[in-house]
Write a protein of this length. Structure first.
Length: 352
């Protein structure tokens, strides 16, 4: 593959039609996208071109066998209008880990980073600057080879698309602990960011919403005895002053925000335990008052506090705590992301 990137800029920007004061999440798309095709056993010339629809053959294998993985990341601007990324190499490494599990060829790390940076420089004006806003970045790769035979594709397309997004507020989140449906299984693809993982979550989540909850707490596929994830996010539970999260596995995503929370919590002197946590332990803690906080951790919201949970027809409400871990950790992470604080960990990457 050539290291150079072909750039075909738009003739006229769409940015003047966007209300940056009223941005939703992932609903408006920037002027350009990065794209690279795989065929004849290798990745072809990468290019940046105007954001546009994709034409696919009806027999493209993405439609039939679901070979597709993606990432979620963000770009920010600081007070000096500098473009910043947060742990982008982690995203690059993880999309290739996901790709390997679905028999998709790895994408070169240097081309990923060069393409991403060139795209951001070209669409710099699309990075919003209001409090809590960012440019959401969606790298993804999918099978474009044709044929109905159940086998890996011989052609793929890799794309990076971006979307200016406002602050992500989930509101008061009540979750339902799931005991019938499973998000993933041992030996499966739960650790990968495969599109089908999320498709499989939608139906159980709809059932939970019909009962008055906003999201599902996923438990292990075998016994439904252990807590694993919160919707599409890693989950953290604070019992007294100890912060607990499940270990990663075949079933649990190795979240970049999760890793950041663990590192910062350790630096802040918070006692952290990475271990299995039983549903019964959570319920007992809620009953005896030692359960202080629960929150999800992920790219979109960074930290999403959970106000209560339901289990076996019983609802449990969490207390409102002063100096919450959720607030502390979110502020620490976002201060690094927006260059408002020193980055002791080398996570912040400047796009020049």
């Amino acid at each position: 593959m050539s290291a150079s990137i072909t750039i075909n800029p738009i003739e006229k920007t769409r940015i003047n039609s966007v209300d940056f004061n009223n941005l939703g999440f992932g609903q408006v798309f920037s002027d350009h996208m990065f794209m690279c095709n795989y065929k004849d056993g290798k990745w072809q010339q990468p290019q940046i071109l105007p954001y546009q629809p994709i034409t696919l053959d009806p027999s493209a294998k993405i439609f039939h066998y679901g070979q597709s993985v993606f990432e979620g990341m963000k770009a920010y601007k600081d007070a000096d209008d500098t473009i910043l990324l947060f742990r982008p190499l982690d995203n690059c490494k993880r999309i290739n880990i996901s790709a390997e599990r679905l028999a998709i060829p790895a994408f070169p790390e240097d081309v990923f980073m060069d393409g991403l940076k060139e795209l951001l420089k070209l669409d710099k004006k699309w990075i919003p600057t209001s409090n809590g806003s960012s440019l959401y970045i969606r790298p993804f790769v999918f099978a474009t080879g044709t044929g109905f035979h159940a086998s890996p594709s011989d052609e793929y397309t890799f794309i990076i698309a971006t979307s200016p997004s406002g602050a992500y507020f989930a509101g008061d989140v009540k979750v339902l602990i799931e005991e019938k449906y499973s998000r993933s299984a041992n030996g499966g693809v739960g650790f990968a960011k495969a599109g089908g993982n999320y498709a499989g979550q939608f139906y159980p989540t709809q059932l939970a919403k019909a009962k008055g909850y906003q999201q599902v707490i996923w438990t292990d596929d075998n016994s439904h005895e252990f807590i694993e994830e919160a919707g599409a996010m890693n989950i953290f539970i604070r019992i007294n002053d100890t912060l607990i999260t499940a270990p990663t596995s075949d079933r649990i995503l190795d979240g970049i925000t999760r890793k950041s929370v663990l590192k910062i919590a350790e630096a802040e002197g918070i006692q952290v335990e990475v271990r299995k946590i039983k549903v019964s332990e959570l319920v007992d803690a809620a009953k005896n008052g030692s359960l202080k906080e629960m929150f999800g951790a992920g790219t979109a919201a960074v930290i999403s506090p959970i106000q209560g949970f339901g289990f076996r027809e019983q609802d449990y409400t969490l207390p409102i705590v002063k100096n919450s871990f959720a607030t502390l950790l979110k502020n620490k992470i976002t201060d690094i992301q927006y260059n408002r604080a020193e980055d002791k960990y080398g996570w912040r990457v400047v796009v020049k």
